[in-house]
Design a protein. Structure first.
Length: 274
């Protein structure tokens, strides 16, 4: 299951998986391997006895090192309330590393059931990432949201800096316009890529609509003060990677703790002369 904070407030994963080709395609297949990711999660609420969970599957294919396409599905539940949606995403990048431009788009569509009450779930995302040096880049994103009775647009500005091949930081600011989202969030994230372990640490604070953060399928509440944090520990192998992540969310007087375990398999033979 995708973490709402990472999906909503931080830079698109797609933009960072695109790598410029450094060799001619006629000489070698420079594409990274395709990725198949499976995940499962379990959630508990600190103020009630409610419990929930979910699972997801996604597949990412590289047409070239600069063009990728992904498809996926996600299911979440809390007690008798549930939400299921599918996703399509794609990205295209061009330019040298110091001036690289990446355009990405994503569409999420599905529906939910809150104890017999049906509701729709639709989110569309368009994002642009521009590198100004080999280390510094800026991301602009617009996110159109139509979830149950919550509608509106959530633009976001993000800044990323690569301190070293092992350490990356990101900050972001999102503020809704139009509709009834009433959301304003400040976010931050750090990623460390080590020889034996990868670490991810981040959080957000501000005001948020519970539907935007997917507090609970079918919950309809006004925006309120929100804070969220997550910590992930991962390990990469030759043919894949595994990640364990913990997430804490407090919004509208409710506290939710989620643990997610995901596994990504690298598919396809890359880097060999045809």
């Amino acid at each position: 299951m995708r973490l709402p904070l990472a999906a909503l407030c931080l830079s698109s994963v797609i933009a960072y998986t695109l790598v410029p080709a450094r060799v001619l395609a006629a000489e070698i297949d420079a594409r990274p391997p395709d990725r198949l990711t499976l995940s499962g999660s379990r959630s508990t609420f600190q103020d009630t006895d409610d419990e929930g969970g979910g699972g997801s599957v996604s597949y990412l294919h590289y047409f070239t090192p600069n063009v990728i396409f992904g498809i996926g599905g996600d299911h979440q539940f809390v007690e008798d309330a549930k939400l299921t949606y599918g996703s399509l995403r794609g990205a295209m990048g061009w330019g040298e590393p110091a001036s690289r431009t990446t355009l990405s788009a994503e569409a999420l569509y599905g529906d939910g059931d809150d104890n017999g009450r049906k509701f729709d779930y639709a989110v569309g995302v368009l994002a642009l990432s521009q590198s100004f040096t080999t280390k510094f880049s800026v991301q602009l994103e617009t996110r159109e949201i139509d979830i149950d009775t919550s509608q509106g647009n959530l633009p976001k500005l993000g800044l990323s800096y690569v301190w070293s091949p092992h350490f990356v930081t990101q900050v972001g600011y999102a503020h809704s316009v139009g509709g009834n989202l009433g959301t304003e969030l400040f976010t931050g994230r750090m990623d460390y890529y080590g020889k034996h372990m990868n670490l991810m640490l981040g959080g957000a604070a501000g005001r948020a609509n519970p539907a935007v953060l997917v507090l609970q399928p079918g919950v309809v509440l006004p925006a309120s003060n929100s804070k969220q944090g997550f910590l992930g520990i991962g390990k990469s192998f030759r043919h894949g990677e595994v990640m364990l992540m913990g997430d804490y969310l407090e919004v509208s007087g409710s506290e939710k703790v989620t643990a997610t375990l995901s596994f990504t398999a690298y598919l396809g033979s890359r880097g060999r002369a045809p």
